[in-house]
Ligand binder design. Structure first.
Ligand SMILES: *Cc1c(COP(=O)(O)O)cnc(C)c1O
Length: 338
């Protein structure tokens, strides 16, 4: 099976497993796991941030960040299709008791002019705007990458308004592979960043939250309250550390693979449009929405697994375990189905 459902389906490589096997571990609730401490420091340094916190998932890092930044009754501003709102089980309401202002924007991304009208005035009628959250790359936008100039404008405005700016950087490494921005200069625009180790980076488990030391100190407390304090979790953190050191430079390969699939998919008569590929996500929009599941089934019978991505849409995601030969095979099958 060629599994293109998500970049979360990757299997750890032999080298990664060996690195995990040999990891030194300790009790991380006591702050004594040397591998977790190394991973947190490595990711924080990589982005020029003061501190990091290893967590079990990207949902957890996002939800912890929101909980630290926002008070109950406060308001979070984000894109209407952002993961923090759409795919985290109502966590903003449940964990933080906060209100959400959903905005429209091109392919999952926001521009400053779309945000400014929604900063609530100091008036008892309105919830207090306490957080702006961006997503880069934007999953529902088909892996779209922010224009860094747009981020800088939003960041400068948020600082002026004293509103914290969070980044859901589940696929931040894919974005940086495309925009070429220095990670430290990029990260300096944000108060907190959530980075997934288990997506394109190919580690089995985990995300890292980075920010200022006092922010991470508060985040560590919230992680414990949410039941996320793990003990000898250096075994899994080692997979993330290995991925940060060895799997970042190869992301461009996934992007090239995605472009090959985009080209073949665009030539299919049953496809109306392919969302222009920027990273490792290919979203196809069918001419006839009702044929979606039928095409997913036909591809599955030919050994290719993909997912439905909303009404009349399908998604292919390339990753570490998709080889050039796999991509050639997908292209052949799509050519047959033209
Ligand atoms: C995958 C993902 C997350 C985190 O999801 P988990 O499954 O909790 O690790 C967060 N944001 C985006 C945009 C994602 O794609």
């Amino acid at each position: 099976m060629i599994d293109l459902r998500s970049d979360t389906v990757t299997q750890p490589t032999t080298e990664m497993l060996r690195f995990m096997f040999e990891a030194k571990v300790g009790d991380d609730v006591f702050g004594e796991d040397p591998t977790i401490n190394e991973l947190q420091a490595y990711v924080a340094d990589y982005f020029g941030m003061e501190a990091g916190l290893f967590c079990s998932s990207g949902t957890q890092t996002n939800q912890i960040a929101i909980n630290v930044h926002v008070q109950p009754g406060g308001e979070v501003i984000c894109h209407e299709e952002s993961h923090i709102y759409k795919y985290e089980g109502g966590g903003i309401a449940k964990n933080s008791g906060a209100s959400v202002r959903l905005l429209k924007g091109n392919r999952g991304r926001l521009k400053l002019a779309q945000i400014t009208p929604w900063i609530n005035p100091d008036d008892v009628h309105y919830p207090i705007t306490q957080l702006i959250s961006l997503e880069d790359t934007a999953n529902r936008g088909g892996g779209a990458v922010y224009d860094f100039e747009d981020i800088k404008e939003i960041s400068a405005f948020a600082r002026k308004m004293r509103i914290p700016l969070h980044l859901d950087g589940a696929r931040l490494m894919n974005a940086l592979a495309v925009n070429g921005v220095d990670p430290k200069i990029y990260a300096a625009q944000f108060d907190s960043i959530s980075l997934c180790l288990s997506k394109g980076l190919g580690a089995p488990v985990g995300s890292v939250l980075i920010g200022k030391a006092d922010f991470i100190k508060k985040a560590r407390r919230v992680r414990k309250v949410m039941g996320g304090g793990m003990r000898q979790a250096g075994i899994i953190a080692a997979g993330g550390l290995y991925a940060m050191k060895n799997h970042v430079n190869r992301l461009k390969e996934d992007h090239e693979h995605a472009r090959s699939i985009e080209k073949a998919l665009s030539a299919c008569s049953w496809i109306a449009e392919v969302v222009p590929v920027e990273t490792n996500i290919v979203v196809g929009i069918l001419k006839h929405a009702h044929e979606r599941d039928q095409y997913i089934q036909i591809l599955a019978e030919k050994g290719i697994k993909i997912v439905a991505f909303g009404d009349g849409m399908i998604r292919f995601v390339t990753h570490l375990n998709i080889s050039q030969a796999d991509v050639d095979q997908v292209v052949n099958v799509l050519n047959e189905l033209k």
